[in-house]
Design a protein around this ligand. Structure first.
Ligand SMILES: *Cc1c(COP(=O)(O)O)cnc(C)c1O
Length: 476
C-alpha cells in the first residue's frame, strides 16, 4: 500500500490509484508504507532469470493485486523485449562492462530513446493503460521537456489506447537529435507543441493550465510518479548479480554504486533496493555544477539556489523532488512533520535537518556519499575512459560526471558500479570535443536519420498560454 508523505492520517491507496494520480491531493508523494524483502534464496533464483523475470517478480510485489499477474508479465515482456531493446544479448537488458580496476558500468541506455528513463517509462506507460482499461477511463497527459524526458514519455504513451499526450518544448535549446526523436513520434495520440520561449515558460504553462478548472483532469508525466521509482529497482538487482558474476564475488558481497543524479529518482530506487536486501554499501550521488544534492549530503542543508545550464543537461535542477520520500523516512514516516519540512523549503528555499531534530550527517548516516563534477572534468573523463578501454567504451556526459565522482569519492576497496544513463550518440558535440569526431560511435539503425525524420513533427505556437490551451481544447 501507498500513503502520501504529507498525510498525518496515513490514508492508504493501492498501486493503481498512486500510479494514475501521480501526486497525492495534499501535494505529497505516494510512497510505499513498507518494502518487500529479497531473501538470499531469491537472489540465487534471480541469477538464472532474464531481466523480464527479475522485473516481473521484484516490481510485481509493488503492483500487488492492482493488475493481474498475466497482464504484468505480458507488460514486462513487451517493455523489455527485442522491439524495445534490440541490442540485449541473452535477456541481459542492462549489461555490465568493466572500464578500469574495480570499476564497472551498468548500461541503462539500451531502450528506444537511448536513455535510462525508458527503463521505467516503458513499463509505466503500459501499466497506466491497463489500469485505465480496468477502470474504463481515459487519461490526457500534459508535460514540458527540455530534452530527454519528452521522447521517453512519448515513446511510452505511443500506441497506448487510453492515453494521449501533449508535450511542450522550447523552440530553442534542445539538441537536433532530441528534437528529432520527439518529432518522429508525432501523430496518433502524441502531440508535440513547440513554444516560442524557454523551457521555464513551458513549465509555467503546464502549471497554469493544470491549475485551470477546465483542465484539472489532465495528468502529469513527471519523475515523482511512484511507478517510475519502483520500476527502477529491478536493474539494481540485475546489475548486482552481473557484477558478482564478473568479479567472481559471492552472493552477499557488497558493492558501491555511483549514480548521476538530478531529481533523485534513480538514487531513491537504489536506496529501496538496498533496504530490500541488495548488498549495496554506499550510494554515491554524482551531480554536475547544479550541486544541491552534494550540498545536502555534506552539510545537512537542503537549499534551492536555482539551476544553470550545463553540458550534462538532464541533471540541471535546483531541487530534487524525490528527496521528499527519503525525508519522510528520516522523519519517522510522520506526514505532518514532512509537510512542514517541505513547505518551509518551498517558501524559504532552504531547510536544514537540525531544525527538525535530525543529524547534520543524516544522509551519510543513511549510507549516502556525494561529489560534483564540472564541464572540464566531464570532457577529460570521457577522454580518459576512451583511452583506458582502448577505444572500446565511449560514455555520455552524464555518465562521465559519475565516473569522475567515482574516481574521486569511492574508496574502490570493493567493486564499484557506475550507472550509465544515456547513449553518447545523443550528445555528439561534447563527445567529439573529448575524443574527436572519429571516436563517435556509429549510430544504430533506428537513429541513423533521426534529425530529418523528426523535422516536421512540431506544431509551432506562440509563447502564450491561451494559444496552448486552445490547441489542447481542440485536440484532446
Ligand atoms: C534524468 C536523467 C538523470 C537524472 O536522474 P534522476 O532520477 O532525475 O536523478 C541522469 N542522466 C540522464 C541521462 C537522465 O536522463
Amino acid at each position: 500500500m501507498y500513503t502520501s508523505t504529507r498525510d498525518p492520517e496515513r490514508i492508504e491507496v493501492g498501486y493503481d490509484e498512486a500510479l494514475i494520480s501521480g501526486m497525492a491531493p495534499d501535494g505529497g508523494l505516494y510512497t510505499p508504507t513498507d518494502l518487500p524483502e529479497i531473501s538470499f534464496d531469491e537472489l540465487e533464483l534471480y541469477q538464472n532469470l532474464p531481466y523480464t523475470g527479475i522485473f516481473s517478480i521484484v516490481h510485481g510485489q509493488f503492483v500487488g493485486k492492482s493488475l493481474p499477474i498475466d497482464v504484468q508479465m505480458a507488460n514486462a515482456l513487451e517493455a523489455y523485449g527485442p522491439d524495445n531493446f534490440p541490442d540485449a544479448v541473452g535477456g541481459v537488458v542492462t549489461p555490465v562492462r568493466r572500464i578500469g580496476r574495480g570499476l564497472f558500468l551498468l548500461d541503462l541506455s539500451g531502450g528506444p530513446t537511448a536513455a535510462f528513463k525508458d527503463l521505467a517509462l516503458q513499463a509505466v506507460g503500459r501499466e497506466m493503460d491497463k489500469v485505465l482499461e480496468q477502470r474504463d477511463q481515459k487519461l490526457v497527459l500534459l508535460g514540458a521537456t527540455s530534452g530527454d524526458t519528452g521522447s521517453a514519455a512519448e515513446h511510452a504513451v505511443k500506441d497506448r489506447e487510453r492515453l494521449k499526450i501533449f508535450m511542450l518544448s522550447p523552440q530553442e535549446g534542445m539538441s537536433e537529435f532530441q528534437a528529432g526523436q520527439m518529432g518522429a513520434l508525432t501523430g496518433g495520440n502524441v502531440h508535440n507543441l513547440s513554444v516560442d520561449g524557454a523551457f521555464d515558460d513551458c513549465q509555467d504553462m503546464v502549471k497554469r493550465i493544470t491549475a485551470n478548472p477546465e483542465f484539472s483532469d489532465l495528468g502529469a508525466v513527471n519523475s515523482i510518479n511512484i511507478g517510475r521509482i519502483t520500476s527502477q529497482i529491478p536493474y539494481y538487482v540485475a546489475g548486482y548479480l552481473e557484477l558478482m558474476k564478473q568479479t567472481n564475488g559471492e552472493l552477499g558481497d557488497p558493492m558501491d554504486v555511483v549514480i548521476p543524479s538530478g531529481n533523485f529518482g534513480n538514487a531513491l530506487a537504489g536506496h529501496y533496493a538496498r533496504e530490500m536486501g541488495i548488498p549495496i554499501r554506499n550510494i554515491i550521488l554524482a551531480t554536475n555544477e547544479n550541486d544541491v544534492l552534494n550540498r545536502l549530503v555534506q552539510t545537512g542543508q537542503y537549499e534551492n539556489r536555482g539551476s544553470q545550464i550545463t553540458t550534462s543537461p538532464s541533471m540541471d535542477i535546483g531541487k530534487s523532488s524525490n528527496l521528499e520520500r527519503l525525508f519522510w523516512e528520516f522523519l519517522g514516516q510522520n506526514g505532518a512533520m514532512t509537510g512542514r519540512f517541505m513547505r518551509q523549503f518551498e517558501t524559504e528555499k532552504r531547510v536544514s535537518f537540525v531544525e527538525y531534530g535530525l543529524s547534520r550527517t543524516a544522509m551519510k548516516d543513511a549510507g549516502f556519499r556525494s561529489g560534483t563534477s564540472s564541464h572540464d572534468a566531464r570532457v577529460s573523463t570521457i577522454a580518459r575512459v576512451y583511452s583506458d578501454t582502448r577505444g572500446r567504451e565511449v560514455i555520455d556526459p552524464h555518465t562521465a560526471d559519475a565516473v569522475y565522482v567515482a574516481r574521486n569519492t569511492a574508496s574502490m576497496d570493493i567493486p564499484t558500479l557506475v550507472l550509465s544513463t544515456a547513449n553518447p550518440v545523443k550528445f555528439e558535440g561534447i563527445v567529439a570535443r573529448a575524443i574527436g569526431a572519429i571516436g563517435i560511435p556509429a549510430r544504430s539503425k533506428r537513429f541513423e536519420d533521426i534529425e530529418r525524420l523528426g523535422r516536421d513533427g512540431f506544431v509551432k505556437l506562440p509563447n502564450d498560454v491561451e494559444a496552448v490551451m486552445e490547441y489542447i481544447r481542440d485536440n484532446r
